[in-house]
Design a protein around this ligand. Structure first.
Ligand SMILES: CSCCC(=O)C(=O)COP(=O)(O)O
Ligand SMILES: [Mg+2]
Length: 260
């Protein structure tokens, strides 16, 4: 489709995952059903563990913040030790997770729990993280040219590391200089990109962000970050205005560095 010449001031490439490094179908058809099929059983098995309790507490806080939204599912506190009481709270957590997932919400609370649940999926080889075939060769080339490569996804940092640590291309974590998730802020908020630049120790204009989502592109540009929109099979369509405004690439091989 296109050719994108990376501006000379860019020293960092910041990558989105779903729809950019990785097919949306992998997330929607493999990762998300894994959660839906097992969340109840997972909560029952791990309920007493500190990490699980922290996940539930974060979901409960999110549920309170969501209480004005249509269809929102509250998560009550446990008021006793009876088994039925525990089941009632677990069912509320399950319903809340299902509700959030039905809207593809990107809350930190949901993403933390999902990341913890996917550990077993990757460790047992039940799931392997899919990466488009142009990703690894391009990232190697960028790094050889002295660029740094970071990830910024709504998926938790732990979920990101699982995906790239157990990928179709093997363990490729060594190709990534660092990871950001919604703990730094949401991807549709420009302040998040300024925080990322500060955290990396560069200026926003030293960053090129590759994403499939126009709202994320808008936020990044507002922060003075360079943007190219990635068009992959299965991605949501772009409007005609978005298509003509943004630099579009269909493969990372369409990105050209100043000296290449
Ligand atoms: C890397 S974890 C699985 C993907 C996920 O849960 C997600 O929300 C991906 O969002 P992205 O910001 O990478 O589009
Ligand atoms: Mg994406």
């Amino acid at each position: 489709m296109g050719v994108y010449s990376v501006p000379a001031e860019v020293s960092v490439i910041l990558l989105d995952i779903e729809g950019t490094t990785t097919p949306i179908a992998f997330v929607k058809d493999i990762l998300f059903p894994y959660i839906k099929d097992r969340v109840k059983e997972y909560l029952r098995a791990h309920w007493e563990e500190e990490e699980c309790q922290q996940d539930v507490s974060l979901l409960r806080k999110q549920a309170l913040a969501d209480s004005n939204l249509e269809g929102a599912v509250p998560i009550p506190l446990e008021t006793g030790t009876r088994e039925e009481e525990l089941e009632r709270v677990i069912q509320a957590v399950v319903d809340n997770v299902y509700w959030q997932m039905s809207l593809d919400r990107k809350t930190t609370a949901l993403k933390q729990l999902q990341g913890h649940m996917w550990r077993a999926a990757y460790a047992t080889g039940q799931v392997t993280g899919e990466v488009f075939e142009d990703v690894v060769p391009a990232v190697r080339k960028w790094r050889a040219a002295g660029l740094k490569v970071y990830i910024y996804s709504s998926g938790s940092v732990e979920a990101q590391k699982l995906l790239f640590g157990h990928s179709t291309e093997g363990d490729i974590l060594e190709l990534i200089d660092g990871h950001f998730d919604t703990q730094i802020g949401h991807k549709v908020e420009s302040e998040s990109y300024r925080r990322i630049a500060t955290s990396i120790g560069c200026s926003p204009s030293n960053i090129l962000f590759l994403t499939d989502v126009a709202r994320e592109a808008v936020a990044a540009e507002e922060a003075d970050v360079h943007v190219a929109v990635v068009v992959r099979p299965g991605n949501a369509g772009l409007t005609d205005d978005e298509k003509s405004y943004y630099s579009l690439i269909t493969s990372f091989s369409e990105l050209f560095l100043p000296s290449s």
